[in-house]
Design a protein around this ligand. Structure first.
Ligand code: SAH
Ligand code: DHB
Ligand code: MG
Length: 222
């Protein structure tokens, strides 16, 4: 099995199930032109997030790690008319690219891009005491995922979902001595989630155009 084969399957499945999408294609092209790293979710993963939000009836979504807003567009399209996404991004230049991509997608009214370190933005959200979120998508700096998960638990409603991306890291997560700070973070995140008694969670390994990785899905128990 090879990365080329995983890519070919994504190409086939995306071709027949998703098709061309000028707004999303331009979001990726604009991100590449602005020099953003090409690490957004794939179209298949974006569609998966979109479906998850619709199955869950999500109205309020919190995203950590906006990049160019590609995953944000996929999720924003799943929301009802009064739905809202708050998405957190460290880099002001990336946030500007995301705002333009979201504007082109007609989502500027539904999405607020907040610039700054996610931990500071999360503390501010907690302080503000707004309505809880239905879904939190954690996709920022991988080594801080344990802290992000604990903050997410405070901001999501009972019965809400927490999804963490890039938890497998080519399998490095299984190595307790990994030198990859991200992999160690994901190990710790899963340990904390498992021991918390607050969520029912599972990790699904994935292959595809982005190689070998995976995500964790956690349902917050009442
Ligand atoms: N969700 C995006 C990909 C996000 S990539 C998508 O799939 O389309 C990870 C993002 O997290 C990058 O844009 C990076 O700048 C951002 N990031 C890294 N450290 C951060 C921090 N401490 N706070 C907020 N965002 C951070
Ligand atoms: C990487 C991949 C991602 O999906 C992400 O959100 C952040 C980083 C990476 O491959 O480095
Ligand atoms: Mg990711």
């Amino acid at each position: 099995m090879s990365e080329e084969l995983w890519q070919a399957v994504d190409d086939f499945a995306e071709g027949v199930l998703i098709g061309d999408d000028p707004v999303l294609d331009e979001a990726l092209a604009a991100s590449a032109r602005s020099g953003l790293p090409q690490i957004a979710v794939t179209a298949s993963q974006g569609r998966f997030l979109n479906l998850l939000l619709r199955i869950h009836g999500a109205r309020r979504v919190l995203e950590l790690g906006t990049l160019g807003g590609y995953s944000t567009v996929w999720m924003g399209r799943a929301l009802p008319a009064d739905g809202r996404i708050v998405t957190l991004e460290l880099d002001p230049g990336y946030a500007e690219v995301a705002r333009e991509n979201l504007r082109r997608a007609g989502l500027e009214e539904k999405v607020e891009v907040r610039v700054g370190p996610a931990l500071a933005s999360l503390a501010a959200l907690r302080q503000a005491g707004g309505e809880p979120f239905d879904v939190v998508f954690i996709d920022a700096d991988k080594q801080r995922t344990p802290e992000y998960f604990l903050e997410a638990l405070e901001l999501v409603r009972p019965g809400g979902l927490i999804v963490a991306d890039n938890v497998v890291r080519g399998g490095a997560v299984a190595d307790p001595h990994s030198e990859d700070a991200g992999a160690r973070g994901m190990r710790r995140f899963m340990e904390i989630a498992g021991a918390s008694g607050r969520v029912t969670a599972t990790t699904i390994q994935t292959v595809g155009a982005k190689g070998y990785d995976g995500f964790t899905l956690a349902l917050v128990e009442p």
